[in-house]
Design a binder for this molecule. Structure first.
Ligand code: XMP
Length: 512
């Protein structure tokens, strides 16, 4: 395994992700925990020092134990990690003086280095820099292998000891060939690259057992991919010490509640409380048409209801959540940020403190596609794993204006026909999210020889990478025509179909 010493960079997890992509097992540990004894006990095959926000020129700033350099381990230092290496091995690091570099830079080659196999094939390499300090004198034994205009020591190494130090961040997207450096590094360190998601699963199970012991865990199950994978994984680890609570607010899609219950209770034998609270939610929403009011009502009721059912589970000490790594980064960068609230997003944040529960978050280090891979590993069906995201407030935000049971019933049917069309045409996996919104207008139509006066609906389908920005999906006219015909013929209550061609921004994906 490989040890990543975390000095607090925003992108440390990306290093781990790159290594997982190379099928290398790694563990991230905060620098405070990394003592010489710790390293000896862990016995890693190689070490990476992450970047970090501090300055090695500041007294008391983070260091590694000096012995780590005499254990014969290959070491790669990145950004702050590079500076720590230089500083502790006898070089010099300085602050400021106009040599800070943020963003794109180009590194040119200065000699031959095994770490750089495959680099510079087409001239200078684009890299991503983000540093205030810089190395002004390299440590004895090191040589320069790459420079950028503002970083004369962009790549340095002591190949004999397998010490490598780079000023830039090879783990980020904006260093397009960064993965090659990691690949070369792990090869040099003797990794065979045979680690898999199956091994991750075993390790995650071990950690859950260690954290939870013989205590009980509650998991809020939404039917979405993240909470489902978390639930199945935790159940594998601790069996019936886990109880899932599935809050059914009556705003789910056609057959959704039945499918979730069948999957978890019947297929996986996970103890599941199906809290059918639709009367409560729909009652409180009655007559409400303001989007934020609707969201707030649902958010608050959800917490109350979840808590009520959780309280019925005696002696639970942990709350499991399917938090992913991007949620972790976003919640850090969002808190206190200058961003305004576009929509009050519905989640169960704040619940654990309120309920006095500790958190179990086994997916905290993973990205969405890795969670899907883990889900496959756990035997969840592909149709389930590849599902489009579905928002917490459910159909409420796809029913602009007042919500009635009648409208919800129509919406469910129309949505089911639309998704069926998309699947039949093999387009489901090309689309980030697709759904129908039922509009708060009735329009006049003619069917047979009679007049109709029914609801209009809008189809929405977008492509996106992360839901933050999106574009409408370019369906063919044939597809749109056929789908409109099917919806009007098969769904009683709709006589007009429109297609929403707004991108995000300026629109949002959902209608409310
Ligand atoms: P918008 O409509 O803001 O949606 O462009 C971006 C993504 O977030 C989903 N969404 C939500 N997800 N709780 C959720 O869990 C919410 O309150 C919520 N509102 C929107 C939306 O479906 C899309 O994927």
């Amino acid at each position: 395994r490989l040890l990543i010493v975390d000095f607090g960079s925003q992108v440390t997890q990306l290093i781990a992700r790159r290594l997982r992509e190379l099928n290398v097992y790694c563990e991230i540990h905060p620098y405070q925990n990394v003592t010489a004894d710790f390293v000896r006990q862990m016995a890693p095959k190689a070490v990476i020092f992450s970047g970090g926000p501090d300055s090695v020129t500041r007294e008391g700033s983070p260091r590694v134990p000096q012995e780590i350099f005499s254990m014969g381990l290959p070491i790669l230092g990145i950004c702050y990690g590079q500076q720590v290496m230089m500083h502790q091995l006898g070089g010099k690091v300085e602050s400021g003086h106009g040599t800070a570099e943020f963003g794109r830079a180009y590194v040119t080659r200065q000699g031959q280095l095994d770490l750089l196999d495959g680099w510079f094939a087409e001239g200078p390499e684009q890299v991503w820099m983000s540093h205030g300090d810089h190395v002004s004198e390299i440590a004895p034994g090191f040589q320069v292998y790459g420079t950028s205009p503002n970083a004369p020591f962009a790549i340095t190494a002591d190949p004999e000891r397998h010490f490598y130090a780079v000023q830039f961040h090879p783990e980020v997207h904006h260093t397009p060939h960064g993965k090659t450096l990691y690949e070369n590094f792990v090869k040099l360190a003797g990794f065979s690259g045979d680690w898999t998601m199956g091994a991750y699963r075993e390790e995650a199970i071990r950690l859950i057992r260690e954290q939870v012991g013989d205590k009980k865990v509650i998991c809020g199950l939404s039917g979405g991919v993240d909470s489902s994978v978390a639930a199945v994984l935790i159940h594998e680890a601790i069996g019936d010490q886990l109880t899932c609570v599935f809050v059914d607010h009556g705003l789910l899609r056609k057959n959704e509640a039945e499918e979730v219950v069948a999957m978890f209770r019947d297929n996986y034998n996970i103890p599941l409380i199906h809290a059918d609270e639709s009367d409560l939610f729909l009652g409180e929403l009655d007559g409400q048409s303001d989007p934020e009011t609707k969201r707030k009502i649902i958010g608050k009721l959800f917490i109350d209801v979840f808590q009520k059912h959780a309280d019925s589970i005696d002696g639970a000490e942990f709350l499991a959540q399917g938090t992913l790594y991007p949620d972790v980064i976003e919640s850090v960068s969002f808190s206190g940020g200058p961003s305004v609230t576009i929509k009050s997003h519905h989640n169960v944040g704040g619940l654990p403190e309120k309920m006095g529960l500790k958190l179990v978050e086994p997916l905290r280090e993973l990205f969405k596609d890795e969670v899907r891979e883990l889900g496959r590993e756990l035997g969840l069906p592909d149709s389930f794993i590849g599902r489009h995201p579905f928002p917490g407030p459910g159909l409420a935000i796809r029913c602009p204006g007042e919500i009635t049971r009648e409208k919800l019933a129509i919406l469910r049917e129309a949505d089911a026909v639309y998704i069926d069309q998309i699947r039949k045409h093999g387009l489901y996996d090309e689309i980030w999210q697709a759904f129908v919104a039922i509009l708060p207008v009735r329009t006049v139509g003619v069917m047979g020889d009679g007049r109709t006066y029914d609801f209009a609906c809008a189809l929405r389908a977008v492509t996106s990478v992360d839901g933050m920005t999106a574009d409408y999906f370019p369906f063919s006219h044939e597809f749109l025509g056929e789908t409109a015909t099917r919806i009007i013929n098969e769904v009683k209550g709709i006589n007009r179909v429109t297609y929403d061609v707004t991108s995000k921004p300026p629109g949002t994906i959902e209608w409310e």
